[in-house]
Design a protein around this ligand. Structure first.
Ligand code: HEM
Length: 143
């Protein structure tokens, strides 16, 4: 269970609406799909974007407002993607930051950013442990 380390004064249920989360998710994946580095990876692996976006809204709603509607397992899905690297995770975070910067709800933006940073680092670590077990795992550094 992830617990936020900052901005604890805001109760999860009061942080934002699901509509605000949809705006974040759809805005972010609009950027991702149009992106020169990441767009082709996502488009190769996701045939049904409508379903993927609904899953992602459930994922973020569960993290941000405790909706409890996401029950997937992100790690094995990412571990199975061929040829991911640190630059891709850093770029994912940069696109996410561009999206959160535009949100008027700053408490939501900060909380989402914190989760994204933590999960990206964890996915990248897990990716390396699974796919490059003989190498010392690299860090994403400050993104
Ligand atoms: C280089 C960075 C990343 C790439 C290329 C990537 C790519 C993908 C792709 C292709 C899928 C669909 C997999 C499938 O359905 O088989 C997916 C699913 C998903 N990704 Fe990522 N991802 C990245 C980073 C992240 C990060 C940082 C997060 C969270 C903050 C995240 C959260 C998820 C979640 C929750 C799913 C849905 C898993 C499910 O079906 O339950 N991803 N990602």
């Amino acid at each position: 269970m992830l617990t936020p380390t900052q901005d604890d004064s805001v109760e999860r249920s009061e942080l934002c609406t699901e509509e605000e989360i949809s705006t974040l998710v759809y805005g972010f994946y609009d950027r991702v799909r149009a992106d020169a580095l990441l767009g082709s990876i996502f488009n190769q692996h996701i045939s049904d974007w409508d379903t993927h976006l609904k899953i992602m809204v459930r994922f973020w709603s569960s993290l941000l407002i405790g909706a409890g509607t996401y029950s997937g397992t992100p790690m094995p899905k990412h571990v199975a993607l061929p040829e991911l690297n640190a630059d891709m995770f850093k770029h994912w975070l940069a696109l996410f930051h561009e999206t959160t910067m535009q949100l008027p709800n700053r408490a939501l933006a900060d909380r989402a950013e914190e989760y994204a940073q933590r999960i990206a680092r964890s996915l990248w670590y897990g990716y390396q442990m699974n796919n490059q077990p003989n190498r010392i795992p690299s860090e994403l550094g400050n993104v």
